[in-house]
Design a binder for this molecule. Structure first.
Ligand code: PLP
Length: 239
C-alpha cells in the first residue's frame, strides 16, 4: 500500500465513522434517517484527496476561500459534486463564486447580498443563499448578529437572483455544551420566525447549516439539516 492508498483508505474509514455519528444523532433526536446532509469542508485539502472523498460517496463539499474554489474547481468539475461557499466573501469575488458554487452559505451583509443578486440575475441564474448569523457574538466570527437576522432575511428574500434557503452559523468556541447548544437553538428559532413571517421569498427557507466535527450531535439535536465536517473526514489539517 502506498502512502496515497493509505490516506485514501483513511478518508473512507473516517467518512464511515462520521456518517455513523450523524445517523446515531438523528436517531437520538427522534429525527428521520437522512434528515441531515453531510457537507465536507475541504479548505487546504488538495483536489486529489477531495476526489478520494467523492469516490467514497461525498456529494457536497464546502470551500472557504474563493481562491481555493477557483484553483480546485476545474479538477472537481464533472464529478457530480455540489460545491457551496462557506467562508466570508468579498463583493469583488462574486463572479468567481457564482462560477463554481451553487450556494453561498456565508451571506453576511446587505452589500454582498446585493452584489451576488445582481451578478446572479445578470447570468440568468437563481443562486441559493444562506444567511450567516454570529449566534455567539464572538468578535472573531463573521455573520450578522441575531437581533438583526430576521430583518436582514426579509430583505435578502426579496432580492431577485437569490433564493433564500436558510441560515448558517459557526458554533460558540466553548467547552460548555449547553452554551453551544443554546446558540444552535437560537438559529432554529430565527429560521422558524422567518418562515412564520409569511414574507415574500421565505417559502424555501428550510436549511440550518450548523455543527462541525467536534459538535455535530448538539447541532443535530437542535435541528441541523446540514453539518459541515472537515477534520472528521480528512484528519488534522496541516498548519
Ligand atoms: C473548517 C470549517 C468547518 C469544518 O471544521 P472541522 O472542525 O474541521 O470539522 C466547518 N465550517 C466552516 C465554516 C469551516 O471553516
Amino acid at each position: 500500500m502506498t502512502d496515497d492508498d493509505a490516506h485514501v483508505a483513511g478518508i473512507a474509514t473516517r467518512l464511515g465513522a462520521v456518517r455513523a455519528r450523524i445517523a446515531a444523532a438523528e436517531h437520538d433526536a427522534g429525527r428521520p434517517a437522512g434528515a441531515v446532509r453531510l457537507l465536507v469542508a475541504t479548505k487546504t485539502m488538495p483536489a486529489s484527496l477531495i476526489r478520494a472523498a467523492i469516490g467514497a460517496g461525498v456529494d457536497l463539499i464546502g470551500e472557504n476561500r474563493v481562491q481555493e474554489l477557483v484553483a480546485k474547481g476545474p479538477e472537481l468539475a464533472g464529478l457530480g459534486v455540489e460545491i457551496h461557499l462557506i467562508g466570508h466573501l468579498q463583493g469583488n469575488k462574486a463572479n468567481p463564486a457564482l462560477r463554481w458554487a451553487t450556494c453561498v452559505q456565508s451571506v453576511d451583509s446587505p452589500e454582498i447580498a446585493a452584489r451576488l443578486g445582481e451578478r446572479s440575475a445578470e447570468a440568468g441564474r437563481v443562486l441559493d443563499v444562506l444567511i450567516q448569523v454570529n449566534v455567539s457574538g464572538e468578535p472573531t466570527k463573521y455573520g450578522v448578529l441575531p437581533d438583526s437576522a430576521t430583518d436582514f432575511a426579509g430583505a435578502v428574500a426579496g432580492i431577485p437572483g437569490l433564493r433564500l434557503r436558510g441560515f448558517m452559523t459557526i458554533g460558540a468556541n466553548s467547552p460548555d455544551a449547553g452554551l453551544v447548544r443554546a446558540g444552535y437553538a437560537h438559529l432554529r428559532e430565527l429560521r422558524d420566525a422567518v418562515v412564520g413571517s409569511g414574507l415574500a421569498g421565505t417559502t424555501d427557507v428550510t436549511e440550518l447549516s450548523m455543527g462541525m466535527s467536534g459538535d455535530l450531535e448538539l447541532a443535530i439535536a437542535e435541528g441541523a439539516t446540514i453539518v459541515r465536517v472537515g477534520t472528521g473526514v480528512f484528519g488534522a489539517r496541516p498548519r
